[in-house]
Design a protein around this ligand. Structure first.
Ligand code: MN
Length: 385
Protein backbone atom coordinates (compact mmCIF):
# COMPACT_ATOMS: atom_id res chain seq x y z
CA UNK A 1 0.00 0.00 0.00
CA UNK A 2 1.19 3.50 -0.84
CA UNK A 3 1.56 5.35 2.45
CA UNK A 4 2.91 8.52 0.88
CA UNK A 5 0.72 11.58 1.23
CA UNK A 6 -0.82 12.37 -2.15
CA UNK A 7 -0.62 16.08 -2.89
CA UNK A 8 -2.61 18.29 -5.27
CA UNK A 9 -0.89 21.55 -6.20
CA UNK A 10 -3.35 24.10 -7.57
CA UNK A 11 -1.12 26.56 -9.42
CA UNK A 12 2.00 24.39 -9.79
CA UNK A 13 3.66 26.67 -12.38
CA UNK A 14 3.63 29.75 -10.11
CA UNK A 15 6.26 30.74 -7.57
CA UNK A 16 4.72 28.83 -4.60
CA UNK A 17 3.81 25.88 -6.82
CA UNK A 18 7.40 25.45 -8.02
CA UNK A 19 8.77 25.71 -4.49
CA UNK A 20 6.18 23.16 -3.31
CA UNK A 21 7.47 20.74 -5.96
CA UNK A 22 11.00 21.32 -4.58
CA UNK A 23 9.76 20.24 -1.15
CA UNK A 24 7.98 17.15 -2.50
CA UNK A 25 11.22 16.20 -4.27
CA UNK A 26 13.17 16.77 -1.02
CA UNK A 27 11.02 14.13 0.75
CA UNK A 28 10.16 11.51 -1.88
CA UNK A 29 9.35 8.92 0.82
CA UNK A 30 6.72 11.19 2.39
CA UNK A 31 4.97 12.96 -0.46
CA UNK A 32 3.86 12.25 -3.99
CA UNK A 33 2.47 14.87 -6.43
CA UNK A 34 -0.89 13.43 -7.52
CA UNK A 35 -2.50 16.39 -9.29
CA UNK A 36 -0.93 19.51 -10.83
CA UNK A 37 -2.94 22.41 -12.23
CA UNK A 38 -1.95 25.60 -14.03
CA UNK A 39 -3.71 28.61 -15.44
CA UNK A 40 -2.02 29.07 -18.85
CA UNK A 41 1.59 27.79 -18.73
CA UNK A 42 0.96 24.56 -20.57
CA UNK A 43 4.57 23.66 -21.50
CA UNK A 44 5.82 24.02 -17.95
CA UNK A 45 2.84 22.06 -16.61
CA UNK A 46 3.65 19.15 -18.98
CA UNK A 47 7.34 19.25 -18.02
CA UNK A 48 6.48 19.20 -14.31
CA UNK A 49 4.05 16.29 -14.75
CA UNK A 50 6.76 14.20 -16.40
CA UNK A 51 9.60 15.25 -14.11
CA UNK A 52 7.71 14.76 -10.83
CA UNK A 53 5.46 11.88 -11.90
CA UNK A 54 2.01 13.45 -11.52
CA UNK A 55 -0.96 11.21 -12.28
CA UNK A 56 -3.39 13.92 -13.29
CA UNK A 57 -3.01 17.42 -14.81
CA UNK A 58 -5.53 20.19 -15.47
CA UNK A 59 -4.99 23.38 -17.48
CA UNK A 60 -7.52 26.10 -16.60
CA UNK A 61 -7.30 27.71 -20.04
CA UNK A 62 -9.43 25.38 -22.22
CA UNK A 63 -7.82 26.62 -25.45
CA UNK A 64 -4.58 24.92 -24.33
CA UNK A 65 -6.11 21.45 -23.89
CA UNK A 66 -4.96 20.09 -27.27
CA UNK A 67 -1.40 21.34 -26.70
CA UNK A 68 -1.31 19.67 -23.29
CA UNK A 69 -2.63 16.41 -24.77
CA UNK A 70 0.03 16.48 -27.49
CA UNK A 71 2.81 17.24 -24.99
CA UNK A 72 1.82 14.29 -22.78
CA UNK A 73 0.96 11.88 -25.59
CA UNK A 74 1.86 8.27 -24.76
CA UNK A 75 2.05 8.83 -20.98
CA UNK A 76 -0.38 7.40 -18.47
CA UNK A 77 -1.60 10.77 -17.17
CA UNK A 78 -5.19 11.99 -16.92
CA UNK A 79 -5.53 15.29 -18.79
CA UNK A 80 -8.35 17.79 -18.33
CA UNK A 81 -9.06 21.48 -18.94
CA UNK A 82 -11.21 24.23 -17.40
CA UNK A 83 -11.78 25.73 -13.98
CA UNK A 84 -14.75 23.41 -13.28
CA UNK A 85 -12.44 20.43 -13.75
CA UNK A 86 -10.12 21.88 -11.08
CA UNK A 87 -13.00 22.29 -8.63
CA UNK A 88 -14.38 18.84 -9.42
CA UNK A 89 -10.96 17.21 -8.88
CA UNK A 90 -11.23 18.12 -5.18
CA UNK A 91 -13.47 15.09 -4.70
CA UNK A 92 -10.79 12.60 -5.89
CA UNK A 93 -10.45 10.20 -2.92
CA UNK A 94 -6.70 9.56 -3.43
CA UNK A 95 -5.82 13.22 -2.76
CA UNK A 96 -4.92 13.85 0.90
CA UNK A 97 -3.60 17.42 0.84
CA UNK A 98 -4.37 20.37 -1.42
CA UNK A 99 -1.85 23.21 -1.76
CA UNK A 100 -3.86 26.23 -2.92
CA UNK A 101 -1.25 28.28 -4.76
CA UNK A 102 -3.28 29.92 -7.52
CA UNK A 103 -3.62 33.69 -7.80
CA UNK A 104 -6.60 35.70 -6.54
CA UNK A 105 -10.32 35.00 -6.49
CA UNK A 106 -9.92 31.82 -8.58
CA UNK A 107 -8.86 30.01 -5.39
CA UNK A 108 -12.27 30.31 -3.75
CA UNK A 109 -14.34 27.60 -5.44
CA UNK A 110 -11.78 24.77 -5.36
CA UNK A 111 -10.98 25.59 -1.71
CA UNK A 112 -14.68 25.31 -0.82
CA UNK A 113 -14.85 21.93 -2.59
CA UNK A 114 -11.66 20.73 -0.90
CA UNK A 115 -13.23 21.56 2.50
CA UNK A 116 -16.45 19.75 1.57
CA UNK A 117 -14.35 16.67 0.76
CA UNK A 118 -12.40 16.82 4.04
CA UNK A 119 -9.02 17.53 2.44
CA UNK A 120 -6.12 18.95 4.40
CA UNK A 121 -5.40 22.37 2.94
CA UNK A 122 -2.02 24.10 2.82
CA UNK A 123 -3.33 27.57 2.11
CA UNK A 124 -1.20 29.89 0.00
CA UNK A 125 -4.12 31.61 -1.73
CA UNK A 126 -4.85 34.28 0.89
CA UNK A 127 -7.53 35.89 -1.30
CA UNK A 128 -9.85 32.97 -0.44
CA UNK A 129 -9.97 34.07 3.21
CA UNK A 130 -10.04 37.77 2.29
CA UNK A 131 -13.09 37.29 0.06
CA UNK A 132 -15.08 34.75 2.08
CA UNK A 133 -13.35 34.01 5.39
CA UNK A 134 -16.59 33.79 7.36
CA UNK A 135 -18.16 31.30 4.95
CA UNK A 136 -14.97 29.20 4.82
CA UNK A 137 -14.88 28.93 8.63
CA UNK A 138 -18.58 27.99 8.76
CA UNK A 139 -17.84 25.21 6.27
CA UNK A 140 -14.84 24.04 8.31
CA UNK A 141 -17.13 23.55 11.34
CA UNK A 142 -18.92 20.77 9.47
CA UNK A 143 -15.86 19.13 7.92
CA UNK A 144 -12.82 17.05 8.87
CA UNK A 145 -10.78 19.47 6.77
CA UNK A 146 -7.98 21.52 8.35
CA UNK A 147 -6.26 24.63 7.02
CA UNK A 148 -2.52 25.12 7.56
CA UNK A 149 -1.07 28.46 6.49
CA UNK A 150 1.70 28.64 3.88
CA UNK A 151 1.99 32.44 4.07
CA UNK A 152 5.25 33.06 5.98
CA UNK A 153 3.69 35.47 8.51
CA UNK A 154 0.82 33.14 9.31
CA UNK A 155 3.13 30.15 9.43
CA UNK A 156 5.12 32.09 12.04
CA UNK A 157 2.03 32.91 14.11
CA UNK A 158 0.84 29.31 13.82
CA UNK A 159 4.18 28.15 15.26
CA UNK A 160 4.08 30.77 18.05
CA UNK A 161 0.61 29.55 19.08
CA UNK A 162 1.44 25.87 19.50
CA UNK A 163 0.80 24.92 23.13
CA UNK A 164 -0.95 28.22 23.89
CA UNK A 165 -4.59 28.82 24.86
CA UNK A 166 -6.57 31.10 22.58
CA UNK A 167 -7.63 33.10 25.66
CA UNK A 168 -4.05 33.97 26.53
CA UNK A 169 -3.41 35.84 23.25
CA UNK A 170 -3.41 39.61 23.52
CA UNK A 171 -2.60 40.43 19.92
CA UNK A 172 -0.94 39.34 16.72
CA UNK A 173 1.89 41.47 15.33
CA UNK A 174 2.27 40.91 11.59
CA UNK A 175 5.63 41.99 10.21
CA UNK A 176 5.89 43.68 6.81
CA UNK A 177 9.06 44.31 4.82
CA UNK A 178 7.62 47.64 3.66
CA UNK A 179 8.25 46.64 0.04
CA UNK A 180 10.38 48.46 -2.54
CA UNK A 181 8.91 51.91 -1.75
CA UNK A 182 9.36 51.99 2.02
CA UNK A 183 11.81 54.89 1.92
CA UNK A 184 10.20 56.80 -0.98
CA UNK A 185 8.20 59.99 -0.39
CA UNK A 186 4.56 60.39 -1.46
CA UNK A 187 5.80 62.70 -4.26
CA UNK A 188 8.28 60.11 -5.50
CA UNK A 189 5.52 57.48 -5.60
CA UNK A 190 3.80 59.46 -8.38
CA UNK A 191 6.61 58.58 -10.77
CA UNK A 192 7.52 54.99 -9.89
CA UNK A 193 7.46 52.50 -12.75
CA UNK A 194 6.33 48.91 -13.11
CA UNK A 195 9.96 47.79 -13.06
CA UNK A 196 10.52 49.65 -9.74
CA UNK A 197 7.42 48.04 -8.23
CA UNK A 198 8.47 44.55 -9.34
CA UNK A 199 11.80 44.77 -7.49
CA UNK A 200 11.05 43.40 -4.05
CA UNK A 201 13.95 43.88 -1.60
CA UNK A 202 13.72 40.49 0.20
CA UNK A 203 11.25 38.07 -1.34
CA UNK A 204 11.21 36.53 -4.79
CA UNK A 205 7.52 36.11 -5.69
CA UNK A 206 4.98 36.23 -8.53
CA UNK A 207 4.07 39.57 -10.20
CA UNK A 208 0.63 40.03 -8.62
CA UNK A 209 1.80 39.56 -5.01
CA UNK A 210 4.91 41.68 -5.66
CA UNK A 211 2.74 44.64 -6.73
CA UNK A 212 0.46 43.95 -3.73
CA UNK A 213 3.58 44.16 -1.53
CA UNK A 214 4.59 47.49 -3.10
CA UNK A 215 1.14 49.00 -2.28
CA UNK A 216 1.01 47.08 1.05
CA UNK A 217 -2.35 45.66 -0.07
CA UNK A 218 -0.68 42.30 0.52
CA UNK A 219 -0.21 43.12 4.22
CA UNK A 220 -3.82 44.29 4.36
CA UNK A 221 -4.90 40.95 2.92
CA UNK A 222 -2.75 39.20 5.50
CA UNK A 223 -4.47 41.13 8.31
CA UNK A 224 -7.83 39.74 7.16
CA UNK A 225 -6.28 36.30 6.60
CA UNK A 226 -4.98 36.34 10.20
CA UNK A 227 -8.39 37.42 11.53
CA UNK A 228 -9.95 34.20 10.19
CA UNK A 229 -7.06 31.75 10.58
CA UNK A 230 -6.55 32.61 14.25
CA UNK A 231 -10.06 33.77 15.20
CA UNK A 232 -8.94 37.28 16.22
CA UNK A 233 -11.04 40.40 16.63
CA UNK A 234 -9.99 43.21 14.23
CA UNK A 235 -8.49 45.29 17.07
CA UNK A 236 -6.21 42.37 18.03
CA UNK A 237 -4.16 42.65 14.83
CA UNK A 238 -1.26 45.07 14.39
CA UNK A 239 1.20 45.62 11.54
CA UNK A 240 4.84 46.52 12.10
CA UNK A 241 7.37 47.27 9.35
CA UNK A 242 10.48 45.14 9.71
CA UNK A 243 12.67 45.74 6.64
CA UNK A 244 14.99 42.72 7.14
CA UNK A 245 12.14 40.13 6.88
CA UNK A 246 13.86 37.88 9.44
CA UNK A 247 11.16 37.93 12.12
CA UNK A 248 8.23 36.48 10.18
CA UNK A 249 5.63 37.62 12.75
CA UNK A 250 4.96 37.73 16.49
CA UNK A 251 2.29 37.05 19.08
CA UNK A 252 1.90 39.11 22.23
CA UNK A 253 0.32 37.33 25.21
CA UNK A 254 -1.67 38.60 28.19
CA UNK A 255 1.35 38.35 30.50
CA UNK A 256 3.13 40.82 28.12
CA UNK A 257 5.45 38.14 26.74
CA UNK A 258 6.06 38.26 22.97
CA UNK A 259 6.95 35.17 20.92
CA UNK A 260 8.50 35.52 17.47
CA UNK A 261 9.55 33.09 14.76
CA UNK A 262 12.75 33.86 12.86
CA UNK A 263 14.22 32.50 9.65
CA UNK A 264 15.69 33.44 6.30
CA UNK A 265 13.18 34.96 3.87
CA UNK A 266 12.64 31.76 1.87
CA UNK A 267 9.17 30.38 1.15
CA UNK A 268 10.47 26.80 1.22
CA UNK A 269 10.47 27.09 5.05
CA UNK A 270 6.75 27.77 5.59
CA UNK A 271 5.82 25.31 2.79
CA UNK A 272 7.95 22.59 4.45
CA UNK A 273 6.37 23.32 7.83
CA UNK A 274 2.77 23.34 6.51
CA UNK A 275 3.28 20.02 4.69
CA UNK A 276 5.22 18.38 7.51
CA UNK A 277 2.97 19.48 10.40
CA UNK A 278 2.85 18.32 13.17
CA UNK A 279 6.40 17.08 12.44
CA UNK A 280 9.38 19.31 11.69
CA UNK A 281 11.08 17.84 8.64
CA UNK A 282 14.85 17.74 8.81
CA UNK A 283 16.47 19.69 5.99
CA UNK A 284 19.89 20.44 4.60
CA UNK A 285 18.69 23.90 3.56
CA UNK A 286 20.79 26.99 4.27
CA UNK A 287 20.90 27.91 7.98
CA UNK A 288 20.44 31.41 9.33
CA UNK A 289 23.31 32.62 11.49
CA UNK A 290 21.91 35.13 13.97
CA UNK A 291 25.20 37.01 14.11
CA UNK A 292 24.71 37.89 10.40
CA UNK A 293 21.57 39.79 11.44
CA UNK A 294 22.76 41.94 14.32
CA UNK A 295 20.46 44.82 13.39
CA UNK A 296 16.78 43.95 13.31
CA UNK A 297 14.70 47.13 13.09
CA UNK A 298 11.01 48.00 13.41
CA UNK A 299 8.91 50.95 12.21
CA UNK A 300 5.27 52.01 12.33
CA UNK A 301 3.69 51.68 8.86
CA UNK A 302 2.93 54.89 6.93
CA UNK A 303 -0.83 54.74 6.30
CA UNK A 304 -0.75 57.94 4.22
CA UNK A 305 1.80 56.57 1.79
CA UNK A 306 0.17 53.13 1.68
CA UNK A 307 -3.58 53.87 1.94
CA UNK A 308 -4.61 50.30 0.98
CA UNK A 309 -3.34 49.03 4.33
CA UNK A 310 -5.91 51.23 6.09
CA UNK A 311 -8.53 50.28 3.49
CA UNK A 312 -8.04 46.61 4.40
CA UNK A 313 -8.55 47.30 8.13
CA UNK A 314 -11.69 49.24 7.21
CA UNK A 315 -12.99 46.41 4.96
CA UNK A 316 -12.34 43.92 7.77
CA UNK A 317 -14.38 46.01 10.25
CA UNK A 318 -17.23 46.60 7.75
CA UNK A 319 -17.14 42.85 6.89
CA UNK A 320 -19.96 41.37 4.74
CA UNK A 321 -19.00 41.60 1.06
CA UNK A 322 -16.68 44.63 1.57
CA UNK A 323 -13.41 42.60 1.49
CA UNK A 324 -14.69 40.79 -1.63
CA UNK A 325 -15.22 44.15 -3.37
CA UNK A 326 -11.78 45.34 -2.27
CA UNK A 327 -10.11 42.20 -3.60
CA UNK A 328 -11.92 42.28 -6.96
CA UNK A 329 -11.10 45.97 -7.54
CA UNK A 330 -7.48 45.36 -6.55
CA UNK A 331 -7.15 42.45 -9.02
CA UNK A 332 -8.41 44.70 -11.84
CA UNK A 333 -6.23 47.66 -10.78
CA UNK A 334 -3.05 45.55 -10.45
CA UNK A 335 -3.65 43.95 -13.87
CA UNK A 336 -4.14 47.43 -15.36
CA UNK A 337 -0.93 48.66 -13.74
CA UNK A 338 0.97 45.61 -15.06
CA UNK A 339 -0.44 46.41 -18.55
CA UNK A 340 0.79 50.04 -18.31
CA UNK A 341 -2.78 51.41 -18.28
CA UNK A 342 -2.63 53.24 -14.93
CA UNK A 343 -0.02 54.74 -12.58
CA UNK A 344 1.03 53.13 -9.32
CA UNK A 345 -0.80 55.77 -7.27
CA UNK A 346 -4.04 55.07 -9.17
CA UNK A 347 -4.31 51.55 -7.68
CA UNK A 348 -5.67 52.67 -4.26
CA UNK A 349 -7.95 55.25 -5.89
CA UNK A 350 -9.60 52.57 -8.05
CA UNK A 351 -10.01 50.23 -5.08
CA UNK A 352 -11.55 52.92 -2.87
CA UNK A 353 -13.92 54.25 -5.57
CA UNK A 354 -15.14 50.71 -6.26
CA UNK A 355 -15.76 50.12 -2.54
CA UNK A 356 -17.87 53.28 -2.37
CA UNK A 357 -19.99 52.22 -5.34
CA UNK A 358 -20.76 48.51 -5.02
CA UNK A 359 -23.79 47.71 -2.83
CA UNK A 360 -23.12 46.35 0.63
CA UNK A 361 -24.39 42.91 1.65
CA UNK A 362 -24.09 42.15 5.34
CA UNK A 363 -24.46 38.35 5.22
CA UNK A 364 -23.45 37.24 1.71
CA UNK A 365 -24.27 33.77 0.38
CA UNK A 366 -21.87 32.04 -2.03
CA UNK A 367 -23.97 33.41 -4.93
CA UNK A 368 -23.64 36.91 -3.44
CA UNK A 369 -19.83 36.60 -3.39
CA UNK A 370 -19.80 35.44 -7.02
CA UNK A 371 -22.05 38.33 -8.03
CA UNK A 372 -20.14 40.91 -5.93
CA UNK A 373 -16.89 39.79 -7.56
CA UNK A 374 -18.38 40.24 -11.05
CA UNK A 375 -20.00 43.61 -10.30
CA UNK A 376 -16.89 45.01 -8.56
CA UNK A 377 -14.60 43.94 -11.43
CA UNK A 378 -16.94 45.57 -13.95
CA UNK A 379 -17.08 48.80 -11.96
CA UNK A 380 -13.31 48.95 -11.45
CA UNK A 381 -12.73 48.28 -15.18
CA UNK A 382 -15.20 51.04 -16.09
CA UNK A 383 -13.20 53.68 -14.19
CA UNK A 384 -9.96 52.60 -15.83
CA UNK A 385 -11.24 53.05 -19.41
MN1 MN B 1 3.24 36.90 3.45
Amino acid sequence: MDTKRQIAILGSTGSIGKQTLDILAEYPDLFSPYLLTANTQVELLAQQALKYGAKHVIIADKSKYDTLKALLNGHDIIIEAGTEAISNAMCIPEIDTVVTAMVGYSGLEPTINAIKHDKTIALANKETLVVAGEMIYNLLDNSQSKIYPVDSEHGAIFQCLIGEDHDSIDKIILTASGGPFRTKSIEELQHVTKADALKHPNWNMGAKITIDSATMMNKGFEVIEARWLFDMRPEQIEVVVHPQSIIHSMVEFKDSSIKAQLGLPDMHLPIRYALGFPKRLESKCERMRVTDYANLTFETPDYKKFPLLGTAFEAMRIAGNAPCVMNAANEIAVAAFLNDKIRFIDIPIIVQKTMENVSFIEHPSYADYVNTNTVARKYASSIIK
